[in-house]
Design a protein around this ligand. Structure first.
Ligand code: FAD
Length: 296
């Protein structure tokens, strides 16, 4: 079995960690502690999300710059087109470039009123493809984009969604990070279809360790991720048992990663939700160790 769990340190994995900008000082402390825990694993980059409608513009900027300056790990800023003119988005991007940030996760974003019906800002970028074009005019950013193994809810069908992804690569993206999913076969099928469509760029699975099953159910409803039947049973009765729940979560995510690894995946992006332990445990099971420990 081609499993990293039982075969020592494969040493051939690249991971990245996603965080969100904290709202309070206490949340900021949690984020800092999480970054301190995960940084020694040597992620190839970390990223910080952008709140609906640009609501976290300053906080995202500050966290991205702080993490990159303090850890030396390349940090990527998520940026969306929502509720902003092209000039405003370009100004945010220019500010990033001037602050030393070279990597943007370029997204269309979702309506800030939660309505579900996306309408582009009249003077803004209509979608991620246009945003990539604009960013490349501002500076030669490295650009990551979003991909949807289970098809984006706004897309008429899976072919249109794949065409859209190809167009994002053609516009200048170097990597796609997927929406979270729980069925490895769904990722493999998507990867194969992308390759058949001529997409040669990296497609990195986004792995979401489940911290709260109810929250994941809500998110999955919104973004169209299927929750396998077996999963609810695994979390049944654990609402008041956070420690047991963590162990179950880590096991599910590690098993997903193990299967992805067995299918040839060597890059993983973790939705940390600003908590380090689950992502750390999963990386550990994938054979990753703090750099000093391995090098020394
Ligand atoms: P696009 O690629 O522009 O389009 C989305 C989909 O809509 C496409 O798949 C396309 O098929 C379909 N579509 C849209 N218009 C048309 C059309 N006219 N004709 C045909 N098809 C169409 N959101 C945030 O607000 N902040 C974040 O920081 C953030 N980070 C994310 C990180 C990752 C890794 C992922 C996977 C998602 C993230 N999101 C974030 C969510 C994202 O903004 C939403 O999923 C949004 O609805 C789509 O963004 P996109 O960049 O994929 O859009």
């Amino acid at each position: 079995l081609d499993s990293p769990l039982f075969s020592g340190l494969p040493g051939d994995l690249d991971v990245s960690f996603e965080f969100f900008p904290p709202k309070t000082e206490k949340m900021a402390e949690t984020l800092r502690a999480s970054v301190d825990t995960l940084a020694p694993l040597g992620p190839r980059f970390v990223s910080v999300t952008y709140g609906a409608g640009g609501s976290t513009r300053e906080r995202t900027h500050d966290e991205v710059v702080r993490i990159q300056n303090q850890t030396g790990i390349p940090a990527a800023a998520h940026l969306t087109c929502v509720d902003a003119t092209r000039e405003e988005v370009d100004a945010v991007a220019r500010h990033y470039w001037e602050s030393g940030i070279r990597h943007i996760v370029a997204l269309r974003g979702d309506p800030s009123d939660g309505s579900g019906n996306y309408t582009p800002h009249p003077g803004g970028y209509a979608n991620a493809i246009e945003l990539i074009g604009g960013l490349k005019q501002v500076a030669d950013f490295e650009i990551s984009v979003a991909a949807y193994p289970e098809v984006h809810p706004d897309s008429p069908d899976s072919q249109a969604d794949l065409d859209n992804l190809k167009a994002k690569f053609d516009a200048g993206a170097t990597r796609a990070i997927t929406q979270f999913f729980f069925d490895p076969q769904c990722f493999f099928a998507f990867r194969d279809r992308a390759a058949a469509a001529g997409i040669e760029g990296e497609i990195v699975p986004g792995v979401m360790p489940v911290m709260s099953f109810a929250a994941v159910q809500r998110m999955s409803d919104l973004c169209g991720t299927a929750i396998p039947d077996w999963m609810e049973g695994l979390f049944e009765g654990l609402d008041d048992r956070p420690d047991a729940r963590q162990l179950v979560s880590a096991t599910i995510a590690a098993e997903l990663c193990r299967r992805l690894y067995a299918g040839g995946v060597r890059q993983f992006h973790f939705y940390t939700l600003n908590r380090a332990e689950l992502s750390y445990a999963i990386c550990h099971m994938l054979g990753m160790r703090p750099k000093e420990q391995v090098d020394g």
